[in-house]
Design a protein around this ligand. Structure first.
Ligand code: DOR
Ligand code: ZN
Length: 419
């Protein structure tokens, strides 16, 4: 008999059905139409698999005044995301096993959601990358705490091409970025300083590395790509542009683009052309963001990624299957963690959504350390309940104080999940 049975209107096999979903040891063990008699938890609204965000910067350890794994993971859960993959551009970049081990030990005691960790590939560190890394990050152009990778020799390129896990590229070309220095006073200037052409050049070289599981990170323009890489997009590049948001809280790399480019990117996403939706949650303090020219780049988003999109689903702008495929299913499959689907054997990770409960985003109510968001005032739908491995983590919009987060090992369908 399962440990717990959840009952409710589950989105199962692409339609909503009244079901009983049994959970044993955190995994879905049965899906039935009738009650099997175990302890039942009723979920009162639409039940969907909860989010997987493969691109967040929680800054822990090293820059915990910006965010830490506690505040970042609590934000994730409130926003319906139960698994995150954290980037390696910590103050001490994660490029060898000692730093990885130190980070894993530190954040394991703080995370409320499940998580994996990237390592940074710098072209010279293949032999010291920790085997537990979920994937590799490659910066073709520089960004926060990250120098560009520079010229890679033949051996380094071969390593990258043979890597078995996902490789996510920050695809802005460093030489192109260097040739575009200008004084920046607003998001339009930032867009011109790091123009689409630099991203196009970066995407081209990312594709030329022929990684087995390549991902073009945060694409911000709509030029067609000819590649088997997956393409990641973010809510900020889909919904914001350099005309709508002008101040430093909209400064991000790659930059917000002009309205026409943004609308094309959104149109492509809505028609199913991109595979992954991530937040690129990039928190900074008010001091870091003091004036435009010197402001750090990055926008918070782990808590708003799914709520913004659920509102688009409600308004029939976005198809629910495209949202689930990009924000949940494909991210789970890409990292092979046995998560992201309501199916037997998968982790029991759900979010329950009352589509009639639309609210205006009030940034003061977000759970990041610094809550200023360019989405303030946007319509959003937050989940009423969130379940992680069969444990209720959000109950009627409130966090349950118990911590359920654990490290998930990418590969092997998450069978090596550690506690
Ligand atoms: O805008 C950005 N912020 N782009 C990045 O590549 C890094 C990120 C950060 O870490 O804040
Ligand atoms: Zn990023």
């Amino acid at each position: 008999m399962p440990d717990t049975v959840f009952s409710g209107r589950f989105y199962y096999k692409q339609k909503f059905q009244e079901l009983y979903v049994g959970v044993t040891d955190g995994k879905i063990s049965e899906i039935t139409k009738s009650n099997t008699g175990a302890k039942i938890i009723y979920l009162p609204y639409a039940v969907l698999p909860s989010g997987i965000d493969i691109h967040v910067h929680f800054r822990d350890p090293g820059e915990t005044s910006k965010e830490d794994f506690k505040s970042g993971s609590i934000s994730a859960i409130y926003g319906g995301t139960t698994t995150v993959f954290d980037m390696p551009n910590n103050l001490v970049p994660v490029s060898d096993y000692d730093v990885f081990e130190n980070k894993l030990n530190a954040v394991s005691t703080r995370s409320f959601c499940d998580f994996g960790l990237y390592s940074l590939y710098n072209g010279k560190n293949k032999d010291v990358i920790d085997k537990r890394s979920s994937g590799l990050k490659v910066y073709l152009g520089g960004s926060t705490n990250a120098l560009p990778i520079g010229e890679m020799d033949k051996v380094a390129k071969e390593h990258l091409a043979n890597w078995e896990k996902p490789v996510l590229f920050h695809s802005e070309d460093s030489a192109c970025l260097k040739s575009n220095t200008r004084l920046e006073k607003n998001c339009r200037d930032h867009n011109l300083a790091r123009p689409v052409e630099c991203e196009e050049a970066g995407v081209k070289s990312a594709i030329s590395f022929a990684a087995r599981k390549g991902i073009i990170g945060h694409l911000s323009h709509s030029s067609p790509l000819d590649s088997n890489y997956k393409v990641e997009v973010t809510p900020h590049h889909l919904l914001l542009n350099d005309d709508k948001i002008t101040d430093q809280w909209g400064k991000v790399n790659p930059p917000l683009r002009d309205r026409a480019t943004q609308e094309q990117l959104l149109g492509n996403y809505l028609s199913g052309k991109y595979q992954i939706l991530s937040s690129d949650h990039g928190p900074h303090t008010e001091e870091d963001k003091a004036d435009f020219q010197h402001a750090a780049s990055g926008i918070i988003g782990v808590e708003t990624r799914i709520p913004l999109m659920l509102n688009l689903v409600k308004n029939k702008i976005l198809n629910l299957d495209i949202l689930l495929s990009t924000a949940v299913i494909t991210p789970g499959e890409t990292f092979d963690i046995g998560k992201g689907q309501i199916e037997i054997g998968y982790s029991a990770d759900f979010m329950c959504v009352d589509f009639s409960n639309v609210s205006r985003l009030n940034q003061e109510k977000l759970h990041s350390k610094v809550t200023i968001s360019p989405f303030n005032g946007f319509d959003v739908i937050f989940p009423s309940h969130v379940v992680i491995s069969g444990n209720v983590a959000i109950d009627q919009y409130e966090l349950v104080e118990e911590r359920f987060g654990k490290f998930v090992q990418a590969g092997d369908q998450g069978k090596k999940t550690e506690t």
